[in-house]
Ligand binder design. Structure first.
Ligand code: HEC
Length: 400
């Protein structure tokens, strides 16, 4: 009962997280594109940096951007912050519900590091806070003086974090942790830098003073960072469903690095295109290169499918079933025995011979070709048993 309830809560939280994320990323795309496409108009107030005309939903919009601020405080002012806060808050709750409540299954993999749940969870939380401080320090220091320097040093910081995560947590846990770190940096940019700066501008206006343009410049820098981070952060979330991206601790950090580079290039193409510049089509083949590298690394990193020696006695269904019963059935049953599982994960059940046979290709993909299952190897399957499962499947997954 309690597990079913937790599953529902998890689903509702995930739903809200995704919706808030769509709203946040949507406004990021919209405002960066709007800003890039502003046109100067000499007839407007000299404080107006530019204007844009847009048509949508049956009407025309004429938007003007005041570089620092208008002369007076407008009567109605819309703020954009709850999309960001909502995405982070629900995302963090989801991290707790999935990874912190079930660390041995999702967060830890003894084959990567034999770390205790009591150490893994504080390490995960602390890394989010430390990561933000390092990034923020970088932006404010010598590293942040030029865009190129900041981009290179920021990417180095990302590489160190990703390498670290993939060598401490399970593959899946590491990727979600990178996503959580990037998401935390993005949300903290809004909470700690962008909104307080905008509040200072508003306060100055209300006091009848000239607002300091630095707040606008810093906010713009951070919101551009957020914009470039939108595509890769979504990838880290989706990759959880594709174990070939994260299953090899040796290469997974490089796979993610390739994807980050590709997403920056794609985002850059869109941003320059919105700015009205002639779109640089070379960015697409340039982005394809790291994607191809990521695919190549993914293929290389798959463990070699080991099947039992040719001379050995063939693996019977009884042998395969015994392994599945012992290593998989606690979770993959109509009524799972493993704590925290209300029902068979992803509907995959191994209760009957027919079910095992039908799902042989999936067993091959999850437990033989990759070592994704059993999650965190909680049931301690051995390599020899994986090889036996492989042999049974290669020989046609026969039931007799
Ligand atoms: C600790 C519980 C647990 C054990 C033990 C376990 N699994 Fe899983 N399995 C899961 C969970 C949770 C998922 C869903 C993962 C997700 O959401 O991506 C899953 C998903 C799967 C899927 C579907 C994958 C997909 O993406 O469609 C297959 C196939 C699978 N497991 C096979 C196995 C096999 C084979 C074994 C034994 C060698 C095994 N599992 C052992 C928890 C377990």
């Amino acid at each position: 009962m309690i597990d079913t309830l937790l599953d529902w809560i998890s689903l509702l939280v995930r739903w809200t997280h995704v919706i808030a994320g769509i709203a946040w990323i949507g406004s990021s795309f919209y405002f960066i594109a709007l800003d890039a496409g502003l046109q100067r108009n000499a007839r407007l107030d000299p404080r107006v940096k530019g204007e844009a005309w847009q048509v949508h939903g049956g009407g025309f919009y004429n938007i003007q951007k005041f570089s620092v601020a208008p002369e007076f405080m407008p009567e109605h002012l819309t703020w954009f912050k709850w999309e960001a806060y909502g995405t982070w808050i629900f995302g963090f709750v989801l991290l707790v519900l999935t990874y912190y409540l079930n660390p041995s299954v999702y967060l830890i993999d003894p084959a990567v590091m034999n770390i205790d749940a009591a150490d893994a969870i504080p390490a995960s939380v602390a890394s989010l806070v430390i990561g933000w401080f390092l990034y923020d320090l970088m932006c404010r220091s010598w590293f942040g003086r030029t865009t190129a320097r900041l981009a290179i040093s920021g990417f180095m910081l990302f590489l160190v974090a990703t390498y670290g995560y993939t060598h401490v947590f399970s593959g899946r846990g590491a990727f979600i942790q990178v996503g959580a770190l990037v998401g935390t940096i993005m949300a903290a940019n809004v909470l700690i830098v962008i909104i307080p700066g905008q509040r200072k501008v508003v306060a100055a206006l209300l006091a009848g003073q000239q607002p300091d343009p630095i707040h606008g410049q810093v906010a713009k820098q951070r919101s551009i960072h957020n914009n470039y981070l939108t595509l890769p952060v979504v990838f880290t979330m989706l990759s959880n469903h594709y174990s070939f991206t994260y299953s090899s601790p040796r290469w997974s950090w490089l796979i993610l690095a390739c994807i980050f580079i590709a997403s920056f290039l794609v985002r850059h193409w869109f941003n320059t295109m919105h700015a009205g510049a002639k779109p640089d089509w070379r960015l697409w083949p340039a982005a394809a290169v790291p994607v191809i590298c990521a695919i190549g690394l993914g293929v290389l990193s798959q463990p070699r499918v080991s099947v039992a020696d040719a001379g050995a006695a063939p693996v019977t269904f009884a042998d395969a079933k015994q392994i599945v019963d012992q290593r998989c059935h606690v979770c993959h049953a109509a009524k799972p025995q493993f704590p925290g599982f209300a029902e068979a994960p992803k509907g995959v059940m191994f209760d009957t011979p027919a079910q095992i046979k039908r799902q042989a290709p999936q067993i091959m993909a999850q437990a033989v070709k990759t070592h994704t299952m059993p999650l965190g190897n909680v049931t301690e399957i051995t390599d020899a048993e994986r090889a036996q499962l492989g042999s049974w499947i290669v020989a046609g997954s026969k039931l007799d």
